[in-house]
Design a protein around this ligand. Structure first.
Ligand code: BDR
Ligand code: CA
Length: 324
């Protein structure tokens, strides 16, 4: 199995991603770091522990990380994810507790150990990139234990937090810029699973009902109840698995279409701060045609996804049918 580490702001769709990473046989979930984003970081830790315990993976270390962005004023997304950040289900908190290390120290230790064992991890950030920026700047040697970064964030086209910017990058634009800059310097390949694909893997309401019917307060019921909450809140009958699509991309890369493209994070801008500016001109990245002094980073940008394939992968895994 592929060793993976998730960085989350759980979050309804982060919870969907955690369930998939915890349960899919081709992944080995080694640690989870938490950051303030959709909800304050203490809520994120509590939600994350509950999801992992429900999935029977209370053994996975979970650590509390940054409570606020590097520079920005924190904003949460409880209007999307519920007052508790995870669908207000009212389930009892997990019995397991968080790892005593700061998230950045947990990430450092897991990456160093992975480097020693020559089993580098795939790092999957699904939240504002504050913890990851701090990790790569404070402990750059951690890069030796990271085979690639597949992150949810950004957009080549429209945003969601603003018309320009996607929430995770909008929440901490400096952290996103630092992460991409450090990854380029340290030679870590990066894939951006952004809004151009994020909303496409959707689970129909009959499958949501099937998941809930499994019951027993297990992972299938939890996944079903999370999507049912989203459907009710937004008046839809099919819900995106959101962040979980980035985990699908690690499991089943062939379901994703990407292009290697130059990208800059907008750090100024009157109405565009936090935008990921993807250069899709024919001569994109050709510095002879670019009046900016510094070369943009290049990364794999997801531009297409087989939505039904990823939604099916997610639901089948929760129903215990992965690989069938
Ligand atoms: C991202 O923002 C959060 O609300 C979701 O969890 C996802 O990571 C989408 O813009
Ligand atoms: Ca998230």
């Amino acid at each position: 199995p592929t060793p993976v580490v998730l960085d989350v702001d759980t979050g309804v769709d982060d919870a969907c991603a955690l369930l998939l990473a915890a349960l899919h046989p081709s992944l080995d979930l080694r640690a989870v770091s938490c950051v303030g984003g959709n909800a304050p970081v203490d809520d994120v830790v509590r939600n994350t522990l509950l999801v992992l315990e429900t999935a029977g993976r209370g053994d996975v270390p979970v650590a509390r990380g940054a409570e606020r962005p590097l520079l920005e004023v924190p904003v949460d997304a409880r209007h999307v994810h519920g007052d508790d950040g995870m669908a207000d289900l009212g389930w009892a908190p997990a019995a397991v507790t968080a790892d005593p290390r700061h998230a950045v120290e947990l990430l450092r230790d897991v990456c160093r150990e992975a480097a020693e064992r020559e089993r580098p991890v795939t790092l999957v950030p699904l939240a504002p990139l504050t913890n990851i920026a701090l990790l790569l700047r404070t402990y750059p040697d951690a890069a030796q234990g990271i085979s690639e970064i597949v992150f949810m964030g950004g957009a080549a086209n429209v945003g969601n937090a603003t018309a320009s910017a996607e929430f995770n990058v909008f929440h901490d634009p400096e952290a996103a810029a630092v992460t991409l800059d450090a990854a380029a310097d340290l030679g870590i390949p990066v894939t951006m699973y952004g809004l151009d694909v994020f909303y496409e893997p959707v689970v129909r309401s009959d499958v949501v009902e099937e998941l809930i019917a499994v019951g027993g307060r297990g992972p299938a019921e939890l996944g079903g109840r999370l999507l049912a909450f989203q459907n009710a809140r937004f008046g839809r009958d099919a819900s995106t698995i959101g962040d979980a699509g980035a985990v699908c991309a690690v499991i089943d890369r062939a379901g994703l279409t990407t292009e290697t493209l130059p990208l800059r994070v907008e750090l100024a801008g009157t109405w565009s701060r936090g935008r990921t500016i993807v250069d899709r001109r024919d001569w994109s990245g050709d510095m002879a045609h670019d009046p900016h002094g510094e070369a943009p980073v290049r990364l794999e940008v997801a531009l297409g996804v087989d939505g039904p394939r990823y939604a099916g992968l997610w639901a089948d895994t929760l129903l215990g049918r992965a690989g069938e």
